[in-house]
Design a protein around this ligand. Structure first.
Ligand code: PMP
Length: 365
């Protein structure tokens, strides 16, 4: 880094999210010269051996980290989480059985809405009437044949997360955008899982989708190749020009994740979130939004200040101390602190320190 680089802020944004400094440094270097090749990573051809190697290593790392073998196909796609909301029903919702959706938050709701364009959907559980401040009751047996059951494992905006993913009998498709690789999970249970990259996987611009081969073989309608998972799989994520740089930075992030190990990242995630929830329970100025402890997210911690004045005051207090990204989603307000893998425990300690300092400052008034 050059000497005139400003010190890094402590960043708790919900996505695009913090990336580790060592990943950023390597990503920056590659922009000027990729691996001593005399070309920038922005210039290398996507069908050349360098990108082939990036693609293969990244897919292998996803499988390794998720404990998957050859029965799963790893795809790098474009169009963000939202295009997955459309591609899933386009590919897998046919005329024979409806698709089930668990409506646990804004993104889950959007996924269900997109599916309704393509066929029959059933919302089998919803916490919409409670403003998504808790998880819905999960019916253990949906009671009818479903083409698939769609679940959002972590609700980024509301700060709820499924700690136990119930069994239902239907093929499970999970939006793991905001908690993928934050914990050990039996990833093989899912017929498909996907994540927009800009949280734990890498930068914005690429989406990870992992499908098992049984599901891949069940395309329900004729589709143009760009919208067909089977076509993307056949072309090994090289159907069109992929976002080379976004895939490369994701590879750097996956290597970093592998170095840390999923077990250690999970332990950190538990510790960081427990520290913050503990402070929220204690501090008189703030309250956690999610009161059912078992429903609380370890990734996105949502809370409210006791008054608008305290909210504004604490927000300004943090901004003045180079803390950024703690405002809640514009649709719900309040605060939201995102503790993705790249957010170190020291950042959480600093934030807690500031919550305590601010509490003392207010009590002097
Ligand atoms: N799903 C979840 C759980 C999300 O948090 C988001 C966005 N933060 C999305 C889907 C949508 O992703 P994108 O903006 O990449 O379409």
């Amino acid at each position: 880094m050059t000497s005139n680089t400003k010190a890094r802020k402590l960043y708790f944004g919900s996505g695009p999210a913090a990336l580790p400094p060592e990943v950023l440094a390597e990503a920056a270097e590659a922009v000027i010269d990729y691996n001593g090749s005399g070309l920038s990573i922005l210039e290398i051809p996507h069908r050349g051996p360098q990108f082939e190697a990036i693609l293969e290593e990244s897919k292998d790392l996803v499988k390794m980290l998720c404990g998957l073998g050859n029965e799963h196909e790893v795809l790098w796609l474009q169009g963000g989480g939202r295009l997955q909301f459309c591609m899933i029903p386009m590919n897998f919702l046919g005329a024979e059985a409806p698709a089930g959706y668990v409506d646990s938050g804004h993104w889950a709701h959007e996924a269900a809405k997109a599916a309704a364009y393509y066929g029959e959907t059933r919302v089998i559980a919803s916490s919409r009437p409670e403003n998504y401040s808790r998880l819905p009751q999960f019916p253990h047996t949906a009671g009818e044949k479903l083409a698939y059951l769609h679940l959002t494992t972590n609700n980024t905006i509301y700060g709820t997360q499924w700690q136990h993913i119930p069994d239902t009998g239907a093929p499970l498709i999970a939006d793991m955008s905001s908690d993928i690789l934050s914990r050990r999970l039996d990833y093989s249970r899912f017929a498909m899982f996907y994540a927009c990259a800009q949280k734990n996987v890498g930068p914005a611009g690429v989406t990870l989708a992992v499908l098992n081969r049984d599901l891949l073989a069940q395309q329900q309608r004729d589709l143009p190749p760009m919208l067909s998972y089977a076509a993307h799989a056949k072309h090994r994520s090289l159907l069109n020009t992929p976002p080379v740089y976004a895939v490369y930075v994701s590879l750097l992030m996956l290597r970093w994740t592998q170095q840390q190990t999923l077990a250690a990242l999970e332990a950190e995630s538990n510790t960081k979130s427990a520290m913050l929830y503990e402070e929220l329970e204690r501090n008189r100025l703030f309250q956690p939004v999610v009161t059912v402890k078992d429903h609380r997210s370890r990734t996105n911690i949502t809370f409210r200040a006791v008054s608008e004045e305290v909210h504004r005051g604490f927000a300004a207090f943090c901004t003045a101390r180079d803390i950024e990204g703690i405002e809640g989603h514009r649709s719900v307000g309040g605060f939201r602190v995102s503790l993705y893998n790249a957010v170190p425990r020291s950042s959480v300690s600093r934030l807690i320190e500031l919550m305590q300092e601010y509490e003392q400052e207010i009590s002097k008034l």
